[in-house]
Design a protein around this ligand. Sequence first.
Ligand code: ACK
Length: 344
Amino acid sequence: MLKPKEIISPQTPNRRGYETGAVGAVGGQEADGLQSSARKYPSVTVDQKFPIIQFERLKEQSILGRGGFAYVMKARHLDWKQDVAVKCLLTRQIEGSEQEVLYSEARKLNLGSRSDHVISLLGVCLDPNFAIVMPYMENGSLAGLLRDVDVPWALRWRMAHEISLGMTFLHCQNPQILHCDLKAENVLLDGDFHVKISDFGLSKWKMRSRVVTQTSPEGSTITHAPPEYFLDINLVPTPMFDVYSFGVLLWEIITRAEPYGNAMNSALIRLAVTSGQRPDLTLIPTDREDVTSVSQLMQTCWSQTPEDRPTFQACADHLITVTSRSSKEDILQAIIDVMKARKN
Ligand code: ACK
């Protein structure tokens, strides 16, 4: 793994917020301005326009998560008067090939604006370090919500369906976008509890920029990786990798538990998963038709053989039938209940 040449402390991360009297350019200029950054990022291929956001125009509100190489903060854009989430790299100078990967992440995010269920890119900061600016998702991650609240089933099924739609969108892109780290922490929820998939396109950058949160204390996970991944170190991920992860994610949605929560270490999980074991089925309620139906889908998604797993389109077809059994009123009531529970 490449080493950063220099690690600087983040300019803003302190919980008191960013004191700035900066009079910078208005954020969001079109990024042919990338060319002016070409001196700093000489190897970047400028094949897509990104809005450039001036870091000085972002007033830090709080830190949402941090790791060795990156942190995510909530910030207010001083000109837009809008809250944003900013994923900031802590390293000032990085290897040229890695710059490419950062841009590749931003390019993928750029596509997100075309799907209702994939997080979009508002822009990138280039100075002092590279940062990705996204819309702020008021209700945080699905992992946090499941941890806090016994979410009514009507809303759980809507979220499961929307995840399948977001994943269908990513898999339908040309070239195809694989997530490779689909789990409840990477599913964000907007103010109305609609789903936005985030953190897609597992890459070297992503491994290094992992942020640690309350919901992912180790900052990485093998619980959602399929058995074939443990059996062949050279395996190139396929869409079926994500479908397997979706199976485990459905288990998280149904049980609100942590997969393999009792396992002593990750080596045991690898061994168990390769020999066909899966998250605990005894935690799945047996007295509800909708749960049984989603549980069947879940088990097909985590089939040992990748070819036996459904596509996300098929998952979406299955889940629309489950979610359409709830009325709009049921879902609105579910949202009200969740909001009340979160207040307490
Ligand atoms: O579980 P959380 O509250 O939701 O904590 C994690 C943390 O940052 C590290 O990923 C939160 N997070 C990430 N992106 C966003 C976003 N766009 N809006 C709101 N919270 C976000 C995530």
